[in-house]
Ligand binder design. Sequence first.
Ligand code: 5GP
Ligand code: MG
Ligand code: MG
Length: 183
Amino acid sequence: MYDGDIASVLITEQQIKDKVAELAKQVDEDNQQGGDLLLVGVLKGAVMFMTDFARALPQPAQLEFMAVSSYGSSTSSSGVVRILKDLDRDIAGKNVVIVEDIIDSGLTLSWLLKNLASRNPASLEVCTLLRKPDAVQVDVPVRYVGFDIPNEFVVGYGLDYAERYRDLPYIGTLDPKVYTSGV
Ligand code: 5GP
Ligand code: MG
Ligand code: MG
C-alpha cells in the first residue's frame, strides 16, 4: 500500500495498539465516580484513534463527532476555526473527553476547549494520540498524551496528506518526493 511513499515508520501498529490500551485504562481509572462519559472525536484525523480507543475503554461511553476547519495551509493551522459539523447533542453535565489525533501548534485545540467549556460539561479533558514539540508553547491542559513525536509531518492512522494515507495502520513520515510530485 502506497509503495515507496513512506520514508520511515515512526510508530508501528503494535505500538499504537499498546498505547491505546494504556490510555483507555488511564481514562477509565480517572472516571470511576460514575456519570456519563462522552467522547468527542475531531473529524477526520481522530477517527481511527477514536474507534479503537472506545473499544479499548472498559466502561461505556457515548461517541460524538465534530468537524472543524482551521484556516491556514494544509500543513499548519492559524487558530481561526470554523465549525463544519457540530455535536448532535447537549454535553451539559457530562464527563467529556476530547479525542484528538495530534496537537501541533495547539491552536485548534485551544479554540475547541473554550467552545466546549462554554457548554457546561461536568468535566472536560483532552486525550491526544500524538503531540509535537510546539504544543508546549500554548497553554492547553492535555491530560492524556500517547506519544511525543519530533517536529516532522506524519501520516497514517487517520492522519492525511491531501486526504491520502489515513488508512495506513501505522504512523510514518513521507518521502519528500510525495510533496513535489503534486498528488
Ligand atoms: P494545531 O492547531 O495543533 O496546529 O493543528 C492540529 C491539526 O493540524 C491536526 O488535527 C492535523 O489536522 C494537522 N496536523 C498537525 N500536524 C500534523 C502532521 O504531522 N500530520 C498531519 N497529517 N496533520 C497534522
Ligand atoms: Mg485533529
Ligand atoms: Mg489534514
